[in-house]
Design a protein around this ligand. Structure first.
Ligand SMILES: Cc1cc2nc3c(=O)[nH]c(=O)nc-3n(C[C@H](O)[C@H](O)[C@H](O)COP(=O)(O)OP(=O)(O)OC[C@H]3O[C@@H](n4cnc5c(N)ncnc54)[C@H](O)[C@@H]3O)c2cc1C
Length: 418
């Protein structure tokens, strides 16, 4: 087994495998992916896989999502092997009163990128999605080309193509430390021994920060568990649904095949991350109920759905909810991508492409240039950082009284993230 490579990628999720594929496709030389478990063992294997643009909070994220949509929708033409599992459902984002200007600005941004998006009112929502209750909706965005993909399939397919092109993948091997000698990055210490490489990309998801701390980089990330819940339609087949982002209720839902519907409540979904992955999918009753109430409130015909299961996975929450992508300031060969608000599936293909452009050309350009650590420079401490963006850390969403089991209404929160 060779232990000298031109580049090593740590982490076999959608980001790490995208980087591996793009390195190999660019003819970078001998590349290696190290994954402590199996491919997509982290967030990528649990993702809802939603791809839409209006939920992107920053132009950089929207640009990466737009470019990534081309991969997900045209996988066999671009990547060649495997599949993204993309299902085109369309996306409806529903906003309560008071947020019209921001939604219009995002639609204009996305149309400017070339994405098919339009502003719709309640009457159009009712026509596009007859099963969706829209009487409380002030304005919406409609994206007919949006949908969802399969994170596990994406990671496997990127890795498969990279391997066909000559990359190596070591599964069940843990990266323990980055090796620095004479102020130069020289490789990675792993559970299978030492690996030499001048270029290392850390794409270890919620664990990225831990590996970087030892080489003097503090990535402001809180590792949390985030969860989705799946219900089955009683007759074995539901109405034709699309992906709905319900901002007032702070939730998102989408069909899961023809017989199921998947839902997540953005802020409520988050819980402390248990160390043992075996319990990630144990979904608490109160969360299931919160999801069920929101589903029925928005899709009244879902009153008889049956809970069939849930999925939980780790995300590294960044202070502003955006990914953190950067290079070590002194160790030139060390790149990293991690942190998000549970939204990096939609940008992973283009993120990997642009990271590899940076590695191969030495030049970092927008949009990735806007996702670096320097955006937090003006904030003094990590506590201040998270306080500044506190809207991302509180539970949000309201339901009308009739939909809440015990009456009352929950607090208003930030925007639904997907
Ligand atoms: C329930 C849920 C729903 C989501 N829904 C959406 C959505 O609808 N749309 C969207 O865009 N995003 C969504 N996300 C977020 C998205 O899935 C993640 O942002 C994305 O998968 C992150 O990919 P990644 O490759 O960076 O990290 P991961 O998929 O977490 O991969 C990191 C990998 O690194 C490995 N690793 C860690 N440490 C080491 C080490 N020391 N050595 C070797 N390997 C290591 C892990 O085992 C893991 O396989 C969701 C996430 C969850 C959990």
């Amino acid at each position: 087994m060779s232990t000298a490579f031109d580049a090593v990628v740590i982490g076999g999720g959608v980001v790490g495998t995208s980087v591996l594929y793009h390195l190999q496709a660019a003819g970078f030389g001998r590349t290696l992916l190290i994954e402590r478990g199996d491919l997509a063992d982290g967030a990528s294997g649990k993702t809802a896989g939603l791809l839409q643009l209006n939920a992107c909070r920053h132009r950089a994220e929207a640009e990466l999502a737009y470019d990534s949509a081309a991969y997900y929708r045209g996988w066999s033409d671009i990547v060649g092997s495997g599949s993204s599992g993309f299902v085109e459902t369309g996306y409806l984002r529903l906003e309560p009163p008071g947020r019209e200007d921001a939604l219009r600005e995002r639609v204009a941004r996305d149309v400017g990128l070339g994405w098919n998006s339009s502003v719709v009112g309640p009457a159009e929502v009712a026509a596009i999605a007859p099963d969706v209750r829209a009487d409380d909706v002030a304005i919406g965005a409609y994206e007919p080309d949006a949908g969802y993909g399969d994170g596990r399939l994406v990671a496997r397919s990127f890795a498969q193509r990279a391997t066909e092109l000559g990359a190596s993948t070591w599964l069940g091997v843990e990266a323990l430390d980055l090796i620095v000698s004479d102020d130069r990055l020289t490789g990675v210490s792993t559970s299978a021994g030492r690996v030499e490489a001048p270029i290392v990309v850390v794409a270890a998801g919620a664990r990225t920060a831990g590996l970087l701390r030892a080489v003097g980089v503090e990535v402001p990330v809180v590792p949390v568990l985030t969860r989705t819940v799946t219900f089955a339609w009683p007759a074995g087949r539901g109405p034709r649904l699309m992906h709905v982002g319900d901002v007032r209720a702070d939730c998102y839902l989408r069909p899961d095949g023809v017989d199921r519907v998947l839902i997540g409540v953005s802020h409520l979904a988050r819980a402390p991350l248990p160390i043992d992955p075996a319990v990630w999918d144990d979904i608490a009753e109160d969360y299931i109920e919160a999801c069920r109430l929101r589903l029925i409130d928005r899709i009244p015909s879902a009153a008889d759905v049956r809970y069939v299961g849930g999925a939980g996975g780790p995300i590294g929450l960044s202070p502003d909810g955006l990914p953190i992508v950067d290079r070590h300031p002194e160790l030139g060969g060390l790149y990293f991508a991690g942190a998000d608000v549970g939204s990096t599936f939609k940008i992973a293909p283009a993120l990997g492409r642009d990271l590899v452009r940076w590695i191969t050309t030495g030049v970092c350009t927008a949009p990735v240039a806007e996702l670096g650590l320097s955006r937090f420079d003006h904030v003094a401490s990590e506590n201040d950082l998270f306080a500044k963006h506190a809207d991302y850390f509180r539970f949000g969403g309201t339901l009308p009284n009739r939909a809440l089991a015990g009456g009352g209404s929950a607090s208003v929160g930030g925007p639904a993230h997907t």
